[in-house]
Design a protein around this ligand. Structure first.
Ligand SMILES: Cc1ncc(COP(=O)(O)O)c(C=O)c1O
Length: 370
């Protein structure tokens, strides 16, 4: 019950044990293309999908570095650990980062981006997390994208912990560039970063490349696009693909679409509501308000005076349940429960709640107090 990587379904696990196969030629290209087709349905976008080899951060690094030339201004939403990561990546590429902040636990405000765009008409990109995994908050990416579109600024979303688990419609929402990762709601193993690139993002990337040499070669979206186009039938990517990881991700995606994306999203929402209600009843206050609570990860405050690490440690030791601790400034006050695994059910939620109730009881009788 951590916010990724998720346990693999049987079919996703079996794919990892399949015999090694060549990562080029018609048989492999058909697997690869099917995987991209499934991803296209989950992104809800008709444009290009590039399946980068690396963790989600590789996709973020490539997307941000390809979009922004050194010295260009980026408006980056920061309301948690992963928003900070986006800002750090943009700075590492030499961008002039303007942080558009909100309190950790609150969603980003579209109005704050509106005023940032007014103050920085030179901005070349707006970047934000969809689900801020450190706080369990869903950011209003739809509204931020609408604003960005109206201002003619390309908008990029980090949907690493949300794609396949939270409502998202890249094209209908006007998101230009979106990065995800294989190991969370998509139900695959770690190691692949699907990146969806719309036409406005390509236009911005081309402009950026004309202005300054690209961000290296590997983590450069133009490199992946060139191979996708020029080696379409044989080797539509620039590197050796981890074929097992792709097959396993494909199994995860097939299962997601067989269940039906709307059904999967509804299931997660119901489970999240069950968890939040139980946490509140026990006195572990969820960090995010109902209106912005993520259906796939919940951050909750520990009991007064008890470091959240104690809760995490107790659940593992006494109940064999792995949840996650807080990140950054929330490290000692918050714990996080991931409910983004395709297999997660009411029983898992109830097990966590029962274990937390036990912790509370032990704390009350002094056995787990500080
Ligand atoms: C929103 C978000 N962004 C970025 C990352 C980093 O992804 P990775 O660890 O796959 O590089 C994570 C990982 O949890 C995340 O949740």
């Amino acid at each position: 019950m951590i916010p990724g990587p998720v346990p693999l379904s049987d079919s996703a696990a079996e794919a990892l044990a399949a015999p090694v196969q060549a990562h080029y030629g018609p048989a492999w290209v058909s697997v690869h293309d099917e995987t991209l087709g499934l991803l296209r349905q989950v992104f809800a976008a008709e444009g290009d999908i590039l399946l980068l080899v690396g963790s989600g951060s590789a996709g973020l690094d490539a997307a941000i570095g390809s979009l922004l030339a050194p010295g260009e201004t980026a408006l980056v939403g920061v309301n948690g650990y992963f928003g900070k990561r986006l800002a750090a990546i943009a700075r590492a590429h030499g961008a002039d980062v303007v942080e558009v902040t909100a309190e950790w636990g609150e969603p980003l405000a579209t109005e704050a981006f509106e005023s940032a765009v007014r103050q920085h008409p030179e901005a070349k990109a707006i970047v934000a997390t969809h689900v801020e995994t450190s706080t369990g908050v869903v950011n209003p990416v739809h509204d931020i994208a609408r604003l960005a579109n109206a201002q003619g600024v390309p908008v990029m979303a980090d949907a690493i912990s949300s794609l396949g688990g939270v409502e998202f419609a890249m094209e209908a929402w006007g998101v230009d560039l979106c990065v995800s990762a294989s190991q969370k709601c998509l139900g695959g193993p770690a190691g692949l970063a699907p990146v969806a690139v719309g036409p406005r993002a390509w236009a911005a990337i081309e402009k950026r490349l004309a202005a300054a040499p690209g961000p290296g070669w590997y983590l450069n979206l133009q490199t992946w696009r060139e191979f996708a186009q020029s080696q379409k039938e044989w080797h539509p990517f620039p590197v050796t693909m981890p074929t097992h990881a792709v097959l396993s991700l494909r199994a995860g995606l097939r299962a997601l679409l067989a269940e039906g994306l709307p059904n999967r999203l509804r299931r997660y929402r119901t489970l999240a509501a069950r968890l939040r209600a139980g946490l509140q009843e026990l006195g572990f206050q969820p960090l995010a308000a109902d209106a912005c609570a993520a259906p796939v990860v919940t951050a909750a405050r520990s009991l007064p005076g008890i470091p959240s690490g104690r809760v995490v440690e107790f659940l593992e030791r006494a109940h064999g349940l792995k949840i996650a601790g807080g990140l950054g400034p929330l490290q000692h006050t918050v714990f996080r429960v991931g409910h983004m695994a395709p297999s997660v059910g009411e029983r898992d939620i109830d097990d966590v709640l029962a274990a937390l109730e036990d912790f509370k009881h032990q704390a009350a009788i002094g056995k787990e107090a500080v």
